[in-house]
Design a protein around this ligand. Structure first.
Ligand SMILES: C[S@@+](CC[C@H](N)C(=O)[O-])C[C@H]1O[C@@H](n2cnc3c(N)ncnc32)[C@H](O)[C@@H]1O
Length: 254
């Protein structure tokens, strides 16, 4: 089986962590050093910008049914959204079109080269409601309490500082805001992705619940990925129980 993931060239991400002394309002943020593992999961290396063409390969929609995931985001005109770990913008551009000129997309990545490639693609399609944002490995540099929907596709498992990132993400959400998380299914051996770049539902639940999130929606019909929506644990949105992965695989006839 091929493991389709251009991961052999890890990104150079030896960036400084956020200078805490320069920030007045980050009380409560976990003091976290660069990790090799988190709650029993071994962390992956960020994908280098050298592999960016793979992210916009023509067959991606057929393989992952990205169009269906996109519909599930239920984006509306005027929303303020974020594509965190945006890469060269496979998701950012359609998000920008969906929220329209009254809306805004924060496009965050830790590699300037990815943001440059995104900028070139946005210019080609004359899209102007994208705010490219150079994040840090422990801080996406987002405004507080402003985001309606924050999307992370195939990126969360790469965070070297997952607790710090989740703390900042939680703080960026409006009370009704949600995180849409797409990760390749670890439970399915037929998903042709390297094991470190997959996550199980149980592990996702463990990490998100430990960091102040609750599951509020899920979509279990994608060919390769989990799509799970989380809200702040103090959100008015109602918590749901995830359908176990073995039941999902059975219903997909895998
Ligand atoms: C596998 S790519 C996915 C890109 C995009 N989401 C997509 O689906 O096409 C992961 C991206 O996440 C970025 N990334 C990794 N850690 C990050 C962090 N802490 N903050 C922001 N971006 C990060 C990497 O630089 C890389 O561009």
């Amino acid at each position: 089986m091929t493991h389709a993931y251009p991961q052999d060239v890890p990104a150079e991400t030896d960036q400084p962590q956020t200078d805490r002394s320069a920030q007045a309002n980050d009380a409560g943020k976990p003091k976290e050093s660069k990790r090799k593992s988190y709650l029993g999961r071994v962390l992956a290396q960020p994908m280098s910008h050298v592999g960016a063409p793979w992210l916009i390969r023509p067959e991606r929609d057929d393989e992952e049914n990205a169009s269906e995931s996109f519909k599930m985001l239920e984006l509306k005109t005027g929303m303020v959204v974020c594509d965190l770990g945006c890469g060269n913008g496979y998701w950012t551009l359609p998000m920008a079109r969906a929220v329209g000129e009254e809306g805004l997309v924060y496009a965050v990545d830790i590699q300037q080269e990815m943001l440059q490639k995104l900028g070139q693609r946005a210019a080609r399609f004359k899209i102007e409601n994208i705010r490219p944002t150079l994040g840090q490995i422990d801080d996406p540099k987002l405004p507080q309490n402003e985001i309606d929907l924050l999307l992370m596709v195939d990126v969360y498992h790469e965070f070297s500082h997952p607790q710090s990132m989740l703390w900042e993400i939680r703080r960026s959400l409006k009370p009704n805001g949600t995180v849409a998380l797409l990760e390749y299914r670890e439970e399915d051996p037929n998903v042709p992705i390297k094991p470190l770049h997959k996550m199980s539902k149980i592990q996702i639940m463990k990490e998100y619940e430990a960091n102040g999130f609750k599951l509020v929606k899920e979509y279990n019909e994608l060919p390769w990925q989990h799509l799970m929506f989380f809200a702040r644990d103090d959100s008015p949105l109602k918590a749901i129980t995830p359908i176990p992965a073995n039941e999902v695989l059975q219903s997909l006839d895998k």
